[in-house]
Design a binder for this molecule. Structure first.
Ligand code: ATP
Length: 357
């Protein structure tokens, strides 16, 4: 009998460019597997998203949800297409259901500049960019997404929910992450205006007491948007409410090359889903030009999350391989000003991986 550590990975390609970048990530993981003696991956593919909704009436069939619940981790491409909607007009976004049903409360979005060539701040003396946004992903202003709008409405409201448990667990996750980094956590809030944010700050400050080795600070969300552009080095780990995190993570991705460079992991106590921060990008779907790096870096986050010495080594090797490829300014997909196809970029990363692992 094999004494390898086996990991069951649910693979959900989804819609638009989702399946294209997912193929790339699986290709890289298979290369990793070839070079690791002690680890084996079992990939279980499931159909989800708009395509599945049109075929079966369910965007996230029970069999796919069960796989997400029972596998060691989930790799997800992207779900949703703007022109296919539920009868009530809402976009099909089963990734949001997945976050809520699996209680994936911590959306971890690492932002790292791999090459100075790729930041719009080039020439402004900005230097290294390396921080992580932790987005609360089960409540906040997204709690209002179930609300409906009457045709003759003259007023519309959405509730912003912050619970003690929700704020505490995501703050704790941010501090745990900071311990492995530079030890600083910034709560991004709007405590000068909203009582829900005063409450979040109170809970954050309480959790901070558990981490006396870390620095805890607060920053209003409007100021955070400014500092992210003017002085991103001041941040290590930022933790914030769902909607603020949604917006700031796109801004942050823009600092390091765009959505194709922004990986993410949605972490819960029982499950974890790794997917790029970008959506299904229907404008470029099917053309073979999607940047696979965000998805490949998301797979690296999954390997870190397994906390096996071999998979963690492989995660570092993937990041190193990406860095090596991006050293040559002509090695880019079109979103970053280059000419490489998805497959060409994936192959280059695979070749570099061979050397760095
Ligand atoms: P969502 O609402 O699900 O976040 P969105 O439609 O707002 O999705 P994205 O799908 O994330 O936005 O992408 C916005 C644009 O960025 C796309 O239309 C596409 O041009 C570009 N883009 C996103 N991801 C990639 C990628 N991996 N490679 C190349 N371009 C990308």
């Amino acid at each position: 009998m094999s004494n390898k550590q086996r990991y069951r990975i649910a693979v959900l390609g989804g819609d638009g460019i989702g399946p294209e970048v997912t193929v790339s990530a699986v290709e890289i993981l298979k290369l990793v597997q070839l070079q690791l003696d002690c680890v084996e991956f079992d990939f279980e593919e499931h159909s989800v998203g708009v395509g599945e909704y049109l075929a079966s009436g369910q965007a996230l069939p029970d069999s796919a949800f069960d796989a997400c619940r029972t596998c060691d981790a989930v790799l997800l491409g992207a779900m949703g297409l703007p022109n296919v909607r539920y009868p009530d007009g809402k976009e099909i976004a089963p990734q949001l259901d997945l976050r809520e049903r699996l209680e994936l409360y911590g959306g971890i979005r690492p932002i790292r500049l791999y090459h100075e060539h790729d930041t719009p701040l080039k020439g402004y003396g900005v230097g290294d960019i390396d921080f992580v946004i932790v987005r609360e992903s089960t409540e906040g202003l997204f709690s209002g997404r179930g609300a409906t709008l009457e045709a003759d409405a003259t007023r519309a409201t959405n509730e912003l929910v912050v619970t003690y448990e929700g704020a505490a667990r995501v703050s704790r996750l941010a501090f745990q992450l900071a311990r492995k980094r530079r030890g600083k956590v910034t709560l991004v809030d709007k405590a000068n205006v909203l009582s829900s944010m005063v409450f979040f700050r109170r809970v954050f400050d309480e959790v901070a007491q558990e981490f006396p080795d870390c620095v805890a600070e607060h920053c209003y969300v409007d100021a955070a948007a400014l500092y992210l552009v003017r002085d991103p080095q001041r941040f290590d780990v930022l933790v914030t409410e769902n909607m603020f995190g949604d917006i700031l993570s796109d801004l942050a991705a823009g600092l390091v090359g765009g959505m194709g460079m922004a990986p993410s992991g949605d972490i819960g106590d029982q499950a974890a889903v790794f997917q790029p921060s970008h959506g299904s990008a229907p404008d470029i779907a099917g053309k073979g030009v999607a940047n696979p790096i965000a998805m490949i870096l998301s797979a690296a986050m999954m390997l870190d999350w397994f906390e096996h010495p071999d998979t963690m080594r492989a995660a570092d090797a993937i990041r190193q391989a990406v860095e090596n490829v991006l050293r040559s300014p002509d090695q880019r997909t079109p979103d970053m000003g280059g000419k490489l196809s998805t497959q060409q970029m994936t192959s280059l990363i695979g070749q570099q991986l061979h050397q760095s692992l």
